[in-house]
Ligand binder design. Sequence first.
Ligand SMILES: Cc1cc2nc3c(=O)[nH]c(=O)nc-3n(C[C@H](O)[C@H](O)[C@H](O)COP(=O)(O)O)c2cc1C
Length: 178
Amino acid sequence: MFNELAEKRRSVKVYAERPVEPAKIDAIVEAALRSPSGRATRPWEFVVVTDKILLEKLSVAKPEGAAFVKDAPAAVVVCGDPAASALWVEDCTIAAVTMQYAANALGLGSRWAQIKGNNFKEGTTSTQYIAQLLGLPENLNVQCMIAVGYPGEGMVPYKKDELRFDKVSYNRYGQKKA
Ligand SMILES: Cc1cc2nc3c(=O)[nH]c(=O)nc-3n(C[C@H](O)[C@H](O)[C@H](O)COP(=O)(O)O)c2cc1C
């Protein structure tokens, strides 16, 4: 049941020193390739990185907030082609989140590292740094990286009373459930 999966989902920053089975990586990527995209343009491309040195280099693609990538056994770099679709950001986002739930379904954890809008250092965007590192073609932008691995920390589910049901209206804004 999807809702049971959603109930348990949390982001994982600490990963166990256990490799992820290649078949699980394949299943995660396949789930992304099945994700919906505007007009079915599928403007995304994915680079699966398992090379330790590359993971370390990816973890410094921005000054803060991506360090966990170096300790993950794998990361998927989610790229999009703005020339292929004006909705490339939405489509990449949906594919990225699909991979996160697919990872959870396989007993793995994951965490998003935002790349779009970040700089590696002054004068170099994080996308430019990653493009150079991975040899991306010029048409691709990098939206994010999804680190994947067996969790090395607890994934404490949100309790139902922590959820922001106050943000939900029915029929008219501000109207609560009868
Ligand atoms: C669009 C987006 C960007 C994110 N960027 C980062 C990031 O750059 N670094 C990071 O450590 N976590 C990042 N995260 C993970 C969030 O910090 C995490 O989802 C949030 O703290 C809630 O925790 P939870 O996923 O366990 O519910 C991002 C998540 C989303 C959806």
